[in-house]
Write a protein of this length. Structure first.
Length: 357
């Protein structure tokens, strides 16, 4: 049997993307169209995102096929993000994939957006396979998982309010930096002093233990508010322009400290010193640097290039290859879900993970 070739479609937020990935050939063709209209508003406008996907998905697919030197008839299955995400944006990709799958008589593979991010690093690094502790950080989600194998995940922690990427975007907007906020804050932070201001580390205390409900969970709403208050104070003092870089650096450092500390707690409990970073915020160089430093010489950090860290069709296709192999094929009744539960979650062992046992 010929190894399958999968077309992946991603339209969960403001990137329209398509990619062809072969089980043996790897990534063959890939196109990402990022919507710049949202920069005007300092954040994604759902209706504009859906309209942009509708006008772009066909040509993005055609360009990905051209890039791969293949025809649509060569595709063995279609993988499409069905959630979570912006419901209008998701529906565009799902409707397109369902129509094409039906017309070609090919399997349709529904994909969870955040599980797809787990597969991103493996497109460039064949060693990016479980077991690993995964930190998934994006504009809409912050998740900490332990993956002993593909399709089997222990949820360690998640955000209770704002996601890390959302906090970056909101702080950037207050600082009058361009959208998306993550890259803008990182660039400005490089010019500042990360110790210039002391900002809170929400849900991160030295006296926490594994049994505490907030031991692994995240919260960035308070940090965002504290940073906004700091900006207001500095502006009132008339020194905002000269302290903007210091504020950006202090905010980034607080966020990175929380993310890295919680991740290392999972590393210690599971005994797994392999950490995978996924999602747009995983491209942050300070986050990568801090986790790699805390892992030490015995640790291993698995990451994507910045292009594959963002929302993209390649990770969707890669995840679809796995799900197709598992027989997880959808019907024409499948639909989009803005709050789709993470697949493959299993209860954490009541007695802990017992590293080395």
């Amino acid at each position: 049997m010929t190894p399958p070739l999968v077309l992946g479609i991603e339209t969960s937020c403001d990137e329209t993307s398509a990619a062809l990935v072969g089980a043996e050939e790897g990534l063959l063709g890939h196109v990402i169209h990022s919507q710049d209209v949202h920069a005007i508003y300092g954040g994604v406008v759902p209706e504009l995102a859906a309209r942009a996907h509708l006008g772009r998905v066909q040509e993005v697919v055609e360009e990905a096929l051209k890039d791969a030197g293949r025809e649509l008839s060569d595709v063995d299955a279609l993988g499409v993000t069905v959630g979570p995400g912006l419901i209008g944006a998701l529906l565009v990709g799902v409707a397109w994939a369902k129509g094409v799958a039906s017309s070609l008589g090919k399997p349709l593979v529904p994909i969870h957006h955040m599980e797809a991010h787990l597969f991103g690093p493996s497109l460039e690094d064949p060693t990016a396979e479980p077991p690993f502790v995964a930190l998934l950080v994006s504009g809409g989600h912050t998740l900490l998982l332990y993956a002993p194998e593909w399709g089997k995940y222990f949820l360690m922690g998640q955000t209770r309010d704002d996601a890390a990427g959302e906090a970056f975007d909101k702080v950037a907007k207050i600082l009058e930096l361009p959208y998306p906020g993550g890259p803008a804050i990182q660039a400005l932070a490089e010019e500042g002093d990360r110790k210039a201001f002391s900002l809170p580390r929400p849900m991160l205390r030295g006296n926490q233990s594994i049994g505490d409900k907030d031991y692994y969970d995240f919260s960035f709403s308070g940090l965002k508010t504290a940073t906004a208050n700091l900006i207001s104070k500095v502006e009132g003092d008339g020194v905002l322009e000269e302290r903007r870089a210091d504020i950006a650096s202090a905010f980034q450092e607080a966020t990175v400290d929380v993310l890295a500390s919680k991740t290392m707690r999972a590393v210690e409990e599971t005994g797994c010193r392999r950490v995978l970073l996924g999602g747009g915020v995983s491209a942050n160089s300070r986050l990568r640097e801090e986790i790699l430093d805390r892992l030490g010489a015995e640790g291993e950090l698995l990451v994507s290039s910045p292009r594959l860290a963002m929302d993209n069709g390649a990770m969707v296709a890669k995840a679809a290859l796995f799900r197709l192999d598992q027989g997880d094929v959808g019907s024409q009744e499948v639909s989009a879900s803005a709050n789709l539960p993470f697949p493959g979650l299993i209860p954490r062992p009541s007695g802990g993970f017992h590293p080395g046992a």
